[in-house]
Design a protein around this ligand. Sequence first.
Ligand SMILES: *[C@@H]1O[C@H](CO)[C@@H](O)[C@H](O)[C@H]1NC(C)=O
Ligand SMILES: *[C@@H]1O[C@H](CO)[C@@H](O)[C@H](O)[C@H]1NC(C)=O
Length: 216
Amino acid sequence: MGENKTFSPKSIICFVFSLISTVIASSPVPQPWPLQFHSILVMNSSKGVLQIDDLWYDFPNGRNFNIIQSQLGQKLYSLEWNNGTSFYYTLDSDKACSSKQDPVGILRPNWLEGANYLGQQYKDGFLCNVWEKAEIVWYYEDVITKAPVYWYFHTGTIAHFMTFEVGRVLEDPNWQAPVYCFEESNEQNKPALEIIATWNLMRQLQSIPASLKVYL
Ligand SMILES: *[C@@H]1O[C@H](CO)[C@@H](O)[C@H](O)[C@H]1NC(C)=O
Ligand SMILES: *[C@@H]1O[C@H](CO)[C@@H](O)[C@H](O)[C@H]1NC(C)=O
């Protein structure tokens, strides 16, 4: 009988708190991105346009490249530097280029920090941990290898990771934007693509503090 007194309100509160913290601690967190990698992504835009995206992520050199081939269409080069300058261009006879200044810079390896864990789900045949960040991106990561498998953006755009080569780096000469990117007269010749807007959106994501996401 006397032993029941050990379940004081205080000890019950302690027990509940330790339970909650155990649950929180056991929620997996997304693997930070490797500092350098190459991926080939198959993307489907919200309008059903299929694209292959050659993604070269190179954080130590402060640069990120998306080379995007639309099905039977244009190949667009989207080059982002960590000093905030982005170039979008074609290398065809259009000689289209636009540049933009954006203070956010490239995605940081921990850009998914603070994402909400949603549990496990099979995607593209892989068992994945799933997170959502700011209701903008749903991120699927292979439970075993931790490789990204699939992204879904709230715009409806979908990306399937076909390769994930950790440590692979694109050689320097490929990072040089063409001369017409630096000519004033080229101002009105601008390529436009929805996928680029999606990437821009994702870059903005990392500037949203985790604690603010519930208000979005
Ligand atoms: C691409 O997405 C559209 C809907 O947005 C869908 O109808 C179509 O089947 C998708 N294509 C592929 C190859 O997944
Ligand atoms: C940022 O770096 C790139 C590549 O070195 C360069 O072309 C661009 O002019 C730089 N932008 C600024 C604002 O310094």
